[in-house]
Design a protein. Structure first.
Length: 272
């Protein structure tokens, strides 16, 4: 699985929080507090691909009580950073695991599994295996910020459509889990959860990047340019012109990057 730096995760966190659909989180917290979900016990929330704890922070800002959090990531340095930031204020279990190996994921006892910006990296097989495990233990799932293939820039550039098509194709590359779902992630996740008997809710959660996010936009432009530079038939000079144009407009233009949030709640029909 590809790694992410602390600096990149910190850079995107504000945009992620602004994009995250708030009513969906409110609905989730109400379900966790309900008698049928809580059983009078403090819920255990397992966060897959937890990084430095951005999902924990987001849910705390949106009113979540102090759950027991089990933060799971393949990168020990990110987990160390999460503990450094939060071990004094939250009940945290850290668990370093290879996320690509389903039977190594510590999901036992979880009332809820969360993940942010993860499911567009995984494969159909990963989703199928995860849903099967969640189904057996009547665990809810909150999957936020899956890229949906939509990206719109202002001002426009003649190469925007070609770059987007190449980038969306690149998103299907194997990220360590098998062929990635990329922009199809939220749709496939919704389908798999619905077939398993979950009640599934979705909401749009786009990044709306302006001059305030110029640093994030600059990194996004560089990342996209690097991803599509080879193997997608784009002329190198034209791509360089696109990159130069986009970087020149980070403080005056805008960028919308589409994401979708998915909330799946177990029902009586999804009992084990």
């Amino acid at each position: 699985m590809s790694g992410f730096s602390i600096s990149w995760l910190d850079l995107r966190e504000s945009a992620d929080f602004a994009a995250r659909d708030k009513p969906l989180v409110t609905q989730l917290l109400a379900w966790l507090a309900s008698p049928q979900a809580s059983n009078g016990a403090e819920p255990l929330v397992v966060d897959l691909g937890a990084g430095t704890g951005s999902t924990l922070r987001a849910m705390a800002r949106l009113g979540a009580p102090k759950f027991v959090w089990r933060l799971v990531d393949h990168d020990g340095a990110l987990l160390d950073e999460a503990l450094k930031r939060h071990r004094k204020t939250f009940l945290i279990e850290d668990y370093q695991a290879d996320l690509t190996v389903m039977n190594e994921l510590p999901l036992g006892g979880a009332r809820l599994v969360t993940a942010s910006a993860l499911f567009d990296l995984v494969s159909r097989e990963f989703v199928d295996e995860l849903v099967a495990r969640l189904y057996k233990q009547r665990t809810g799932l909150y999957a936020a910020l899956s890229y949906d293939g939509i990206m719109a820039w202002q001002p426009a550039h003649p190469l925007d459509a070609a770059v987007l098509a190449a980038f969306n194709t690149d998103q299907l590359r194997d990220k360590g889990f098998g062929q990635a779902l990329g922009p199809d992630a939220a749709g496939y996740l919704q389908q798999a959860l619905t077939l398993a008997g979950y009640e599934v809710f979705t909401a749009k959660s786009p990044w709306m990047l302006t001059a305030a996010e110029a640093s994030l936009t600059s990194e996004l432009v560089r990342g996209i340019s690097a991803a599509v530079a080879k193997g997608y038939g784009l002329d190198s000079a034209e791509l360089l012109d696109w990159k130069t144009f986009r970087l020149a407009h980070t403080a005056s233009g805008t960028c919308t990057v589409g994401h979708l949030d998915v909330l799946a709640l177990p029902t009586s029909s999804s009992a084990a």
